[in-house]
Design a protein around this ligand. Structure first.
Ligand code: PMP
Length: 359
């Protein structure tokens, strides 16, 4: 058996130690005589797993006591609709920052349920930098401001947060747990699991209690955040196995030293890869240096006709899933927490060799 370096944007690599632990306890988890995927979600064995996962996440992210943690389904995309249904019930208006593909999706979905004001739009700069402080045009009546701190496709990261009056809501799908964040800066944080948390099927929501004012009439009960908070995220059967694996990832993160250590490692990995891209005219990345994602690195070949050859030869070398998203083209390497520096080094070595042969 040989594990490949998998640069998929999501579902993505999981830490090998976590996969091994799953394998070792698959038939008998915590002395229960069952796998976690066979446990009743209301039984004491699973409730212990669920509570431990929440406690570990709270510790890792230093989540204050007046924030609730929810383990929901439907991915981040379900939250695109859930947010306006629950939180745009004052003026019915919300500010969104359009910084790339995923914030655009969030805007389109939210527009079905509230009046969206695009407070800043990065399309004018080709999604190559986040808005400058004086470029925001916030609606003073907005119920909230929504941002996407890391754009998975465009590879754009907010180096700092906009200064806002309304509660800040953030789609952290592709950068949660990659570095410390100050949860207090947000009214709500959400993230699909399949990048830095665990398997697909789970979406984590961290929400300040004062934001749980009740959903609007007609909201499906599964999308009612207040009802889910009251029910401990168990209005129906939750994705138990994904929740269990997320818990193992949280334990792994704690054992590795937590989010400060992750931030250091991720900074080093990103510097290695961007350094290789910038050192050559053969490769390029258009994002302003201070706004470059440390998780998702899109890059382009000077001669796009070589892309298929690049991907095929990379695959031969054990470097998988380097194609760019169909919305943007080019190539992309996603280097989440579970990607070791060794994997990024293998990619950089391959890139240099490829350039030598085709440049
Ligand atoms: N937001 C961001 C930033 C993403 O990267 C993704 C998935 N790539 C989504 C939302 C959509 O997530 P899901 O497929 O879990 O709905």
């Amino acid at each position: 058996m040989k594990r490949a370096w998998n640069f998929s944007a999501g579902p993505a690599m999981l830490p090998e130690a976590v996969l091994q632990r799953i394998a070792s306890e698959l038939l008998d988890t915590n002395g229960s005589g069952m796998s976690a995927m066979e446990m009743s979600h209301r039984g004491k064995e699973f409730l212990a797993i669920a509570e431990q996962a929440e406690a570990d996440l709270r510790e890792l992210m230093a989540i204050p006591d007046d924030y609730r943690v929810l383990f929901l389904q439907g991915g981040a995309t379900a939250l695109f609709a859930t947010l306006p249904m629950n939180l745009a019930n004052g003026s019915g208006r919300a500010d969104y920052v359009r910084s790339g593909h995923w914030s655009d999706k969030a805007i389109r979905e939210a527009s079905r349920f509230c009046k969206v004001n695009v407070a800043a739009d990065c399309e004018g700069n080709g999604f190559s930098r986040v808005p400058a402080a004086d470029e925001y045009r916030f609606d003073p009546e907005a119920d909230y401001v929504h941002i996407t701190p890391n754009e998975t496709i465009h590879g754009l990261r907010f180096p700092e947060l906009p200064s806002v009056e309304a509660p800040l809501l953030a789609d952290y799908s592709s950068s949660i747990l990659s570095e410390p964040v100050n949860v207090r800066d947000y009214g709500l944080i959400y993230a699909g699991a399949q990048k830095n948390i665990g398997p697909a099927g789970l979406c984590i929501v961290i929400v300040r209690e004062d934001q749980l004012q009740g959903a609007r009439e007609g909201t499906p009960s599964l999308m009612d955040l207040q009802a889910q908070a009251k029910a401990g995220s168990m209005l129906n059967t939750p994705p138990t196995f994904a929740w269990y694996v997320a818990g193992l990832v949280f334990q792994w993160l704690k054992a590795e030293g937590g989010l400060t250590v992750m931030a250091e490692r991720n900074g080093e990995k990103a510097a290695l890869l961007y350094g290789a891209i910038d050192a050559s005219d053969f490769y390029s990345n258009p994002v302003a240096a201070e706004c470059r994602s440390r998780m998702n690195v899109p890059f382009f070949l000077a001669d796009p006709a070589l892309e298929d050859t690049f991907k095929a030869e990379a695959k031969q070398a054990g470097l998988l899933t380097l194609g760019g998203h169909r919305a943007l083209g080019g190539l992309r390497a996603s280097i989440y927490n579970a990607m070791p520096k060794e994997g990024v080094q293998a990619l950089v070595d391959f890139m240099s060799d490829f350039e030598r042969r085709y440049g």
